[in-house]
Design a protein around this ligand. Structure first.
Ligand code: SAM
Length: 370
């Protein structure tokens, strides 16, 4: 099975490291993402990520734009992998050895230096190669750095497609079927089901988390009861999974998805487009309700807010102001043990509790505006 290498270039160490981290959090995630200085181009870095499945090109384009990087190129390489691992004391020596390995010819496609977190002060340096590396050459580098000789082995063939599918299986929440592009062939054909394709990248919300699941299940129950909100706000939208669920089931509704994090807003826009809902969900960057558009479209008859206990409590008075009388809020991001405190803040802001569902340690609350 082949591997896929996505590469781009951008300026600045901080941006490059942040982009590499974002690639490792994409779903399906990059197996590794590395930054390299581009020789002869001061300040320019190459970021290369290795994927076991073809990476989602829409998401790569979103990330490139968000981090100011050039468009990604994606190449396929045969998956014949050799690993070389060693340990040595000290971060400086480990990073220097990793840098020397990156400069080897033929170059490894991934090099990493990690602290072994057992208090020993030892670091592990590892590299992946497409062909068996030159043992004498890399052990000469190890000896120079004061490291043990490398342990070189061929990495057994892993069925990565099956692995990723197991890790990120679709999530069913009432009528909603939340899936990533790798599971497009598993979408139920039943017209009563609502498929939501969510590519998570750096933003939170694939449906795998108890908080997202709780919000989707609460929304599904409200729809089953015949509730049809016409104005919906998703505050702290992440991937916009909840806003997309609303737009997909309420064809007439005005739906706004906002997030404090600008990258989440880009990801939201991409997910809206992937689901064929262009123009149906307005994606905004805002802390809470602090955006003129959120004020203009207020009041809402449904507000989702899956954020943490602290911001939920802080937002309670604004929620009271922006939720229409008789309207509903679906709240999560809180632990079951925090449910009473959050409920009390919302009762004080003019809400009446309607329901609560605990999923594992997380809780999802529905409250009605008096
Ligand atoms: C737990 S995630 C929820 C994502 C998605 N709504 C879901 O249900 O899966 C919380 C999101 O809220 C955002 N957030 C945190 N505080 C916020 C605030 N005060 N205003 C708007 N967004 C906020 C974070 O950036 C993050 O994307």
């Amino acid at each position: 099975m082949p591997l896929f290498i996505a590469e781009t270039t951008l300026e600045g160490d901080d941006a490059a490291f942040a982009l590499a981290e974002a690639l490792e959090r994409m779903q399906p995630p990059a197996l590794s993402a590395e930054c390299y200085d581009v020789e002869g181009m001061v300040g320019l870095l190459k970021v290369a990520a290795t994927f076991s499945l073809p990476p989602n090109e829409v998401m790569l384009a979103v990330l490139a734009e968000a981090f100011g990087a050039a468009a990604f190129t994606v190449a396929t390489v045969s998956q014949h992998t050799w690993s070389a691992l060693t340990t040595l004391p000290g971060e400086g020596a480990a990073r220097a050895l990793a840098a020397e390995m990156e400069a080897m010819e033929p170059a490894p496609y991934g090099v990493g230096a990690f602290e072994i977190e057992d208090g020993s002060g030892l670091w592990e340096v590892g590299a992946y190669f497409q062909d068996a590396p030159d043992t004498a050459a890399i052990n000469a580098l190890a000896a120079k750095a004061g490291a043990k000789p490398f342990v070189i082995s061929e990495v057994p063939d892993v069925d990565w497609v099956a692995h990723v599918r197991r890790e990120l299986a679709p999530v069913e929440a009432g009528r909603f079927f939340v899936y990533g592009s790798h599971d497009a062939d598993r979408v139920p054909q039943d017209p009563a089901r609502v498929p939501l394709q969510i590519e998570a990248t750096v933003a939170f919300g694939t449906g795998h988390h108890g908080t997202t699941l709780g919000c989707l299940r609460a929304f599904d129950r409200l729809l089953t009861e015949g509730i049809r909100p016409v104005k919906v706000a998703d505050i702290g939208a992440g991937t916009a999974v909840l806003a997309i669920a609303a737009a997909a089931t309420l064809p007439e509704a005005l739906v706004i998805a906002s997030d404090i994090d600008e990258v989440a807003v880009d990801v939201s826009e991409a997910n809206v487009a992937i689901n064929g809902l262009d123009g149906r969900v307005e994606c905004l960057e805002a802390a809470g309700f602090a955006h003129p558009r959120l004020h203009e479209a207020s009041p809402y008859d449904l507000i989702f807010a899956n954020i943490l206990k602290g911001p939920l409590i802080e937002l309670a008075p604004d929620m009271g102001q922006h939720c229409a009388p008789g309207g509903l809020v679906i709240l999560s991001g809180l632990l079951a043990v925090q449910a009473e405190a959050v409920t009390a803040a919302y009762v004080q802001a003019g809400f009446t509790p309607v329901s609560r569902e605990d999923i594992g340690e997380w809780s999802a609350l529905v409250l009605n505006r008096n």
